[in-house]
Design a protein around this ligand. Structure first.
Ligand SMILES: NC(=O)c1ccc[n+]([C@@H]2O[C@H](COP(=O)([O-])OP(=O)(O)OC[C@H]3O[C@@H](n4cnc5c(N)ncnc54)[C@H](OP(=O)(O)O)[C@@H]3O)[C@@H](O)[C@H]2O)c1
Length: 251
């Protein structure tokens, strides 16, 4: 059985991946979709032809990984595409965030992504693609979004190293680093959107379309749009203290 697995499939970027994978990879036997909101996943099945395996799981809970591990052992699928999209961020100073929120971000954005990846890798093989959703926030520390940005730096660092580790097996790892995307993300993150973020806001379908093409081409990074590519280059050449001072003015 050839499958794709998508976490965070109930909304936004993850949901868009399921939609686009269903027609970019029509030969997949199933797409396993993971998120807490079961009803959203069921609604998604009504809108696409691909067969979905609906897994309503909370990826902050260890028990969810036992379920996934058991299922993988039973079905022994070939995981052709793994998309780790589940994640969230909270806007606010570190001192204003509760320890629960901070722990939640680290657990979901870092621990769950790492566990999903390690659980699925034995079922990946030649021409399998691992697609990790990080963020442009991974490029530079972000006061006011510090923990979230740090979790995404972790995703970027982990995925770049992993990419080298699994290259011999024919598995590609692509890290997706979008700037602001029009999803439920900012509603959940709280705070207000800066003018710069509103101007750079991308559509999920465009970000995902590029990510699928980049993964198929074996690219290391997928950065959508001219503004975010400019940010990526600037973050590599300008000292971070200078960038932080500029960001303080515009974000
Ligand atoms: N939107 C942006 O501006 C932006 C920019 C850069 C990167 N990203 C990243 O893109 C990814 C997707 O975000 P999005 O923009 O699509 O936001 P979103 O619409 O809020 O989607 C987040 C997804 O994560 C799932 N999720 C949240 N908590 C979960 C949990 N405990 N267990 C399992 N699933 C959980 C949600 O499903 P349930 O609530 O049903 O569990 C939902 O499907 C995230 O990793 C985010 O950090 C977003």
């Amino acid at each position: 059985m050839q499958i794709a697995i998508v976490t965070g499939a109930s909304s936004g970027i993850g949901k868009e991946f399921v939609r686009q994978l269903s027609y970019c990879y029509p030969w997949l036997d199933e797409i396993w979709v993971i998120a807490r909101r079961e009803e959203n996943l069921k609604q998604l099945q009504k809108r696409i032809d691909a067969k979905l395996r609906i897994l309503p799981l909370d990826l902050r809970k260890d028990s969810s990984f036992f379920t996934i591990q058991k299922l993988l052992k039973t079905e022994k699928p070939h995981v052709k595409v793994l998309v780790n999209a589940a994640g969230f961020g909270k806007i606010g100073k570190v001192s204003e965030c509760t320890t629960n929120t901070i722990q939640g971000m680290i657990t979901l954005n870092c621990t769950a992504l790492t566990k999903m990846t390690t659980l699925c890798l034995p079922y990946c093989g030649k021409r399998s693609h691992v697609i990790q959703i990080a963020s442009a926030a991974a490029f530079v520390p972000q006061p006011g979004l510090a923990v979230y940005a740090a979790t995404k730096s972790y995703v970027l660092s982990l995925s770049r190293a992993l990419r080298r580790e699994v290259k011999q097996e024919g598995i590609t790892v692509t890290t997706v680093c979008p700037g602001p995307v029009d999803t439920e993300f900012f509603q959940k993150a709280g705070g207000s959107l800066s003018f710069a973020k509103k101007v750079c806001m991308a559509k999920a379908d465009q970000v995902v379309h590029k990510a699928i093409l980049d993964a198929a081409g074996g690219k290391e990074l997928s950065v959508y749009g001219i503004p975010m590519n400019a940010v990526y280059v600037l973050c590599r050449i300008i000292p971070h203290r200078v960038l932080l001072a500029v960001m303080n003015l515009i974000l």
